[in-house]
Design a protein around this ligand. Structure first.
Ligand code: MN
Ligand code: MN
Length: 321
């Protein structure tokens, strides 16, 4: 009896509906020096411009992620064999009513991971959280793969320049991303003005609208993405609203005619082998979800991101393979 109460590590052989719901049933981190990839929750949606609820994302994604297993059937990667992976918990907030202070708290949390060379795989939260993550890990401008229905390079909304439609504009202004090594994929949906799209293109970012993606096919866009990123340190940001609401209805700003789940997985698997420094999956809003479908999709996207991050870690640190 004593032993069964002494461990905070979920038993991978226990029934998957049991135990603490950590991300992918990974152990809870006890020592940052002992892990390579830290999965964290960022339960914050104070920067939303539309439907709320993304603050509930991490808890529900953790719940659905207990359905994930270890070996990727397509790539045969087992991330847990390649490196040490743990759930490092949620960012702890003290100021959720203040966007900029909340962002500072996120940067502080991710900086602590970075100091121990722990690669962050985050679960949002609204998309504003990517900016403070980049502040923590981009000591020089990084390349960016951004999959989303929206370019998120818009400007102020209701007086705030840190709303969830603006993180990549701010990241560009702050020199956190290299626009020439940035690609935004899956963009769509009518807007009231073209300002965000124009900003991305004028800054030198590659914007792939969903019609182009469909016309050229995933493989062609994958090839272009790898050519744009090259060997640079690269961050992967995945907004769940890139996926069609038929597969992922639980999100704040749904846009129809999006990616099918098989296209999203093919895209992520296609860009394996790059020099990843972190990734996130954001904008799952459980109150708008149906039967946990969006959280399951989000958890599955996180698992695919985990696989490509683990490969990057093992390529950089061959002695740990
Ligand atoms: Mn977004
Ligand atoms: Mn979006």
């Amino acid at each position: 009896m004593t032993d069964s109460f002494s461990s905070s590590t979920p038993d991978m052989f226990a029934p998957r509906y049991s135990e603490l719901a950590t991300f992918m049933r990974a152990p809870v981190a006890s020592d940052l020096r002992q892990i390579d990839i830290g999965m964290l929750g960022i339960p914050y949606d104070g920067a939303l411009t539309n439907r709320p609820g993304a603050r509930h994302g991490p808890r529900e994604v953790r719940n659905q992620s207990s359905l994930m297993r270890t070996i990727n059937h397509a790539t045969r990667v087992n991330p847990y064999e390649l490196c040490r992976i743990a759930d490092v918990g949620d960012v702890r907030f003290r100021s959720v009513f203040d966007i900029e202070e909340t962002h500072r708290e996120i940067t502080e949390f991710v900086s602590a991971l970075a100091r121990h060379a722990v690669i962050p795989l985050s679960c949002g939260g609204d998309h504003s959280v990517t900016l403070p993550i980049l502040r923590a890990i981009a000591s020089q401008p990084v390349a960016l793969i951004h999959v989303d229905a929206h370019t998120d390079t818009w400007d102020c909304f209701q007086g705030s320049k840190f709303n969830h439609g603006a993180p990549f504009r701010r990241a560009h202004e702050e020199g956190l991303i290299d626009p020439e090594k940035t690609i935004q994929i899956g963009i769509r949906g009518a807007q009231n003005d073209s300002e965000g799209w124009d900003y991305s293109e004028q800054a030198g970012m590659r914007v792939v609208f969903v019609e182009e993606l469909r016309e050229r096919g995933i493989n062609s866009v994958v090839e272009e993405t790898c050519a744009i990123v090259g060997v640079s340190p690269v961050y992967f940001s995945f907004d769940i609203d890139s996926i069609d609401p038929a597969f992922a209805p639980g999100t704040g700003t749904p846009e129809i005619a999006g990616l099918a789940t098989h296209e999203a997985l093919a895209l992520i698997r296609g860009v394996r082998g790059l020099n990843y420094v972190g990734a996130d999956m954001v904008e799952v809003s459980p109150p708008f979800d149906v039967g946990g479908l969006t959280s399951l999709t989000g958890a599955s996207v996180m698992y695919e991101l985990l696989c490509i991050l683990a490969e990057a870690v093992s390529q950089r640190r061959p002695h740990r393979c």
